[in-house]
Design a binder for this molecule. Structure first.
Ligand code: NDP
Length: 284
């Protein structure tokens, strides 16, 4: 049976380290600060934002939430982002997506200072990642890399197959694995013979958004499986993109859903905020 890579436990360990780092920085007179901007009433976004706020409080990070109405004009949001860019108490800015349709999301993300872009979505940071000199790594793929490291998985020379090429998960995680000297294949909806490609993988990273699409018999004996997918089936049940029961019979290690990659995302957001605050001390 596969070793379970326990995201909850890894996240808890790293959050303890972050809290210690935040305390250390406070002794130097700096409190790490995160601003979260929420526009509109999207229920899921509200839940994420309150989870982020609680996680900040637990870690000792100062957090401010800016709740704007759904009819907020783009110019108003851009003005807020500009104020936060210049606010010395704020080291990280996160604009919760999705934004209402009257607002150009790209324009807003590009207005965030790349040096406070703790989500790592600004094109400057995407570019820095792709040239191997990152400033902020996007949180979910960063969480995947930390899990692999904590599980003792060495990527050098390995075949990594990433399924899904989104800007927030698939593409950046592929870049990060490349930086660790893996041989990376990035698959998507037009990939021919996906089962055949996945069968080559020493490490499979699934970020598709389709419940249990990756079958157990696609997994090479002894492969490591990281399942980023979070899919709600029926009323309450959450499942990943991988058939967990089938894949566990062949994999050497696997992440569960829930309790796998999920808890890592906010953890890495806290980590990025702390890192940003540390840099602000270094340049003072
Ligand atoms: P997107 O919908 O943005 O991207 C999905 C990708 O999967 C696309 O590249 C798409 O290909 C590819 N795809 C779709 N169908 C197939 C198929 N049949 N075969 C091969 N590839 C396919 O999703 P995200 O990256 O935003 O999210 C992926 C999953 O991860 C979701 O379940 C989401 O909920 C979860 N997630 C979890 C997070 C966490 O743990 N905290 C954070 C972010 C996401 P194409 O480009 O060709 O359309």
């Amino acid at each position: 049976m596969a070793q379970i890579i326990d995201g909850k436990a890894i996240a808890a360990k790293i959050r303890t380290e972050i809290a210690a780092g935040v305390l250390e920085l406070k002794k130097k007179g700096v409190t790490a600060g995160l601003a979260v901007v929420l526009v509109g009433e999207d229920q899921a976004s509200r839940v994420y934002v309150s989870m982020k706020e609680k996680a900040c409080n637990d870690a000792g990070i100062f957090s401010v939430e800016h709740k704007l109405s759904a009819d907020t004009a783009e110019a108003e949001l851009l003005a807020l982002v500009d104020r936060l860019n210049h606010d010395p108490m704020i080291h990280g800015i996160l604009v919760q997506l999705p934004l209402p349709s009257q607002i150009d999301t790209e324009k807003v993300l590009e207005a965030i200072s790349p040096f406070k872009d703790v989500d790592g979505f600004h094109p400057y940071n995407v570019g820095r990642l792709s040239i191997g000199k990152p400033i902020f790594l996007p949180c979910t793929p960063y969480g995947v890399m930390v899990m692999l490291k904590e599980a003792g998985v060495e990527l050098k020379g390995k075949e990594v197959v990433v399924v899904g090429r989104s800007n927030i998960v698939g593409k950046p995680v592929a870049m990060m694995c490349l930086a660790e000297h893996a041989t990376v294949t990035l698959c998507h909806s037009r990939t021919r013979d996906l089962p055949g490609v996945v069968r080559r993988a020493d490490v499979v990273i699934a970020a598709v958004g389709r419940p249990e699409m990756i079958k157990g018999d696609w997994i090479k004996e002894g492969a490591v499986v990281i399942d980023v997918g979070i899919n709600r089936v029926g009323d309450k049940k959450l499942v990943g993109d991988v058939d967990y029961a089938g894949a566990s019979l062949r994999a050497s290690a696997i992440t569960p859903v829930p309790g796998g990659v999920g808890p890592m995302t906010i953890t890495m957001l806290l980590y990025n905020t702390l890192e940003s605050a540390r840099r602000s001390v270094a340049v003072v």
